[in-house]
Write a protein that binds this ligand. Sequence first.
Ligand SMILES: Cc1cc2nc3c(=O)[nH]c(=O)nc-3n(C[C@H](O)[C@H](O)[C@H](O)COP(=O)(O)OP(=O)(O)OC[C@H]3O[C@@H](n4cnc5c(N)ncnc54)[C@H](O)[C@@H]3O)c2cc1C
Length: 480
Amino acid sequence: MNRESHRRLKADLIAVVGEAAVISDPRRLLVYECDAFTLERKLPELAVLPADADEVKAVVDICRRHETSVVPRGAGTSLSGSTLAVSGGVMIGLSRMNRILRLDAANRRALVEAGCVNAWITREARAQGLYYAPDPSSQSACTIGGNVATNSGGPHTLKQGVTANHVLGLELVTLDGNRHWLGVEPEGGEPVGGYDLRGVVIGSEGMFGVVTQVLVRLLPLPEACRTFLAVFETVADASRAVSAMICAGIVPGALEMMDRLIVQAVEAAWRFGFPCDAGAVLIVELDGSETSVSEQAERALAICAAHGSRETRTARNESERERLWRCRKRAFGAIGRLSPNFMTQDGVVPRSKLPEIMEFIAAVGRRYELRIPNVFHAGDGNIHPLILYDERDPEQVRRAVAAGHDILERCLALGGSVSGEHGIGVEKIALMARQFSPADLEAMKRLRTVFDPEGRCNPGKMFPGGGGCAELTFRKQIAV
Ligand SMILES: Cc1cc2nc3c(=O)[nH]c(=O)nc-3n(C[C@H](O)[C@H](O)[C@H](O)COP(=O)(O)OP(=O)(O)OC[C@H]3O[C@@H](n4cnc5c(N)ncnc54)[C@H](O)[C@@H]3O)c2cc1C
């Protein structure tokens, strides 16, 4: 974009949202040059922070007139580079649109703005005996709009499902400037008939338009809850205990695994008292009625013992339970103790293949001479190997990218998927063609054109051949 076009675009945006809500200074734009996938970086031309859906519509109209691409952005916690401004353009940050508009306890729903932080909903609903189930480990920062766009999961989605299972309806502003309400209306009942366009938008990674409001389902808080830590000598033993619990018909609210390296990092950072010499620990949470929780906890503890757990610790009260979860949810943050940079992979394998993929990850670490700690949603077979590297060493970067690629290829070979919850973004574009046939990819692209015929909304993501700096750099790294 030349200087004059940039000046006119900026002036038009300021006329709608005010000077303070348009960011053009390159130093302030640095915040928006990447998300939590830090391997690729690119500055947008401008970032704009609308205050409500009317302003989003006006911003989108201006961008259309200026033939500029837009990138919606929540908190920027994406781990796959899905907010990267591949072709510059205008980044639309939803951070000012963060209100809970209505909490309807009688109908167990909440209407929130897209920039509302995930954890705020449960914090507000708890007083009414309700909660919002999907709880990404980033929930103290990530937004509902970002959760919708990536169909986020989290530790507690093993039993309750992912974002798609808890979003009743949403408002989408498409790049032609139209506002559409999709799914259940804020005041309405379940729509019957017609295509589920709400479902299509969930997981579309900001490529269909800007989500401005979301109507979410709330669940009653469980009557009882039991959380315990089981300590194992090896990841393989812990993995077999996971499969055995599910096989026995126990469906824990959450079933998370942390291996030795990640436990050591967490302990070095926060001293939670986790055993640093353990091969792996499981955090198991059971919820439901008091009777069923007691009965299931007894069986789950017996299964852990039968699979070689050397110790179990049950949280005696809510503060001990919270402490266990703090440890798990702060795990990524602790990695700074181990390495200047890390890349979080997000693959899925059938649960029964967990021991095999964990052995494979260890072998990949040895092959590429990289450390790869693991912390993940074991109950879902959703692995998160954290590949440690130092971005100042191009050779290490190349090995880290290749290691991630090998792990995800292996997930596919084992009958799994290249993403469980973090989406494709720019990171996994090359792998889309490994997971889907050309006909499938073509159908997805055609679907996108229904919402965004010009491909101006978050371009350069998800599909091979979409171009953009990110895909090119990334391909180069993998090819080396
Ligand atoms: C420490 C850590 C732990 C994590 N744990 C989990 C986890 O347990 N489970 C999980 O699923 N993910 C996890 N993530 C990944 C990330 O938090 C999720 O993908 C989250 O949903 C992103 O939300 P966000 O608000 O940060 O969105 P962003 O990162 O800002 O954006 C993500 C995508 O959503 C689009 N988007 C954002 N807002 C809108 C909107 N209003 N309208 C349209 N599109 C929009 C963007 O264009 C982009 O494509 C974790 C990340 C970190 C850093």
